[in-house]
Design a protein around this ligand. Sequence first.
Ligand code: ASP
Ligand code: MG
Length: 403
Amino acid sequence: MLIVQKFGGTSVGDLDRIQNVANRVSATVKEGNDVVVVVSAMSGETNKLVGYAEHFSKNPSAPEMDMLLSAGERVTASLLSIALQEMGHDATAMTGRKAGIVTDVHHTKARIERIDPAVMQSAIKKGQIIVVAGFQGVNEEGDVTTLGRGGSDLSAVAIAGALQADLCEIYTDVSGIFTTDPRIEPKAKKLEKISYEEMLELASLGAKVLQNRSVEMAKKLNVNLVTRTSFSNEEGTLITKEENIMEAPLVSGIALDRNQARISLMGVKDRPGIASDIFNKLATAEVNVDMIIQNKAHDGTTNIDFTVPVGDLQDAKNVVDSFVKDGEIEDDSYNEDICKVSVVGVGMRSHTGVAARAFSTMADNNININMIATSEIKVSMVIDEKYAELAVRGLHDTYELDK
Ligand code: ASP
Ligand code: MG
């Protein structure tokens, strides 16, 4: 097999841990696999470099930042390659440039445009272990670029796609994706497999494990992703195409998003174009709107409720206030003490009653539901934040996710 193994900052956090990674890579090679390794900078290193730049400037130039920040990954790639050579392996360290990663021109948040895999392919043919510095590429002008914070996952997925690797393993300090947050429900179980679509919906469960951008890219390039820990031999979670999961459970997981605020607009003028006006202004202000509900109110007005991330609330308030001032909205109110719980599973597509059971669970626990949204594979409910844990545990029980 051809396996891409990506090690995050904590996995290469000190020299002993880099040796530990070298041992794991060595073992994978000895099992008869070709391995391409992608590494992050040692944990804390990128922040340290950002701090150095800020010592000199509040607004350091982006091309210089890219040259600076890409250094962290070069350190770990070189050290890991040296460690592997010392163990008798033919290893070679590569920058993003040498690995053929070509990006657009957007310094500090570049997008990968293509990968020219020829150099990597010929190294693999020679039997070499390639160790690539993650998080970086090169633009058409030949400048170093970086892919945005946390971007070395993207490097790994893109490389796995370009080389048509059999597997892309993402090693972190978390052992996989769980049915829900184990700190809330200790009975949460690690999932063996999950589809890309479910993973994207369960983002809040995987946020610390995998960037959504990486999951989207894996889906697009059809890369089999595994998240697992570098600190033990425990099996991780495979994220793959729905077709590869033979017996999809009805529900795969329960996600909780505490980072939501609700905005209620009362007495909104009921005229064609009003929703378009409000939500276009919100979009222009880069407010990320999630759930929206509209109801008929009294004579010629409607009520509109919607949710936004807490961090976008102030921007949203500014937009809404301008409509209140213009007399298009009578009154508004805000509530930050809410959360969103979501039941996610591809099995819902072919089964009825999943949403009804979620509502019953809330009823049994005396939890009032403020808002509801559904998609083919998800039921989301907005409830008061103080019931968050009760709701998650109740739903975990209802769908027997501990079994
Ligand atoms: N070192 C970079 C960061 O800290 C990229 C990464 O770790 O994925 O954001
Ligand atoms: Mg990371």
